[in-house]
Design a protein around this ligand. Structure first.
Ligand SMILES: [Zn+2]
Length: 94
């Protein structure tokens, strides 16, 4: 199960701007721009880049176009999840 989940997560555009601090630990994700490591998986790492989340410190070095890309992706994903009535994955980072 964990393997399938991480494979699915790798398609996330967030991985273009983050990398795993430890390849065996998918919860610890390091920001390409400022080097900060978050511990909530790729969703938390994206929250760090986008910055509009009270539970994640905003990245000071993330370019605005990257923020827009990730924001759009998260919105699309949220809408898809709502359609399928399955919000579990989207909110699982907390
Ligand atoms: Zn950062």
């Amino acid at each position: 199960m964990a393997e399938d989940l991480s494979k699915g997560n790798r398609r996330d555009p967030g991985w273009k701007y983050n990398y795993l601090k430890d390849p065996d630990d998918t919860t610890r994700v390091t920001c390409n721009f400022c080097g900060k490591t978050t511990t909530g998986g790729i969703n938390r790492a994206k929250q760090h880049l986008i910055g509009n989340f009270r539970n994640a410190a905003k990245c000071k070095k993330c370019p605005e176009k990257v923020r827009e890309e990730l924001k759009n992706y998260m919105e699309e994903k949220k809408i898809r999840k709502e359609v399928y009535n399955n919000m579990e994955e989207y909110y699982s980072s907390d």
